[in-house]
Ligand binder design. Sequence first.
Ligand code: FES
Length: 138
Amino acid sequence: MNYSEKVLDHFTRPRNVGEIPDANAIGEVGNAKCGDIMKMYLKIEDDTIQDVKFKTFGCGAAVATSSMATEMIKGKSIAEVLKLTNQAVMEALDGLPPVKIHCSVLAEQAVKAALTDYYTRLGIDPKPIVGEVPEMAE
Ligand code: FES
């Protein structure tokens, strides 16, 4: 299996790994295909992602896509983050082998789960904003 230089870079030196103790948005999803788990912590202020960290029991491709996704959403507005697709994250990594595409979905779904948590904590119905977020990413 061939991984791009960028995937290998983000796998061996993942950015933004860890937890945010005072996160105000936390999302956790599992992957229906492999059973791996992803947890995403966001610190949101003024509708902007001030900080983001992740932890995963996922494979190398999940680590690389999450690392890249966290770099792409840091400092962005919620509206911009909601437009970020796993496709865009994979393109930023110069692609993934087809059998690993399901791994990239974990990061996208974990971010959406965190935003769902954010709005729920504020007493706002998250569904019209974030959409449905399945607990298991396909
Ligand atoms: Fe499970 Fe990649 S094999 S996240």
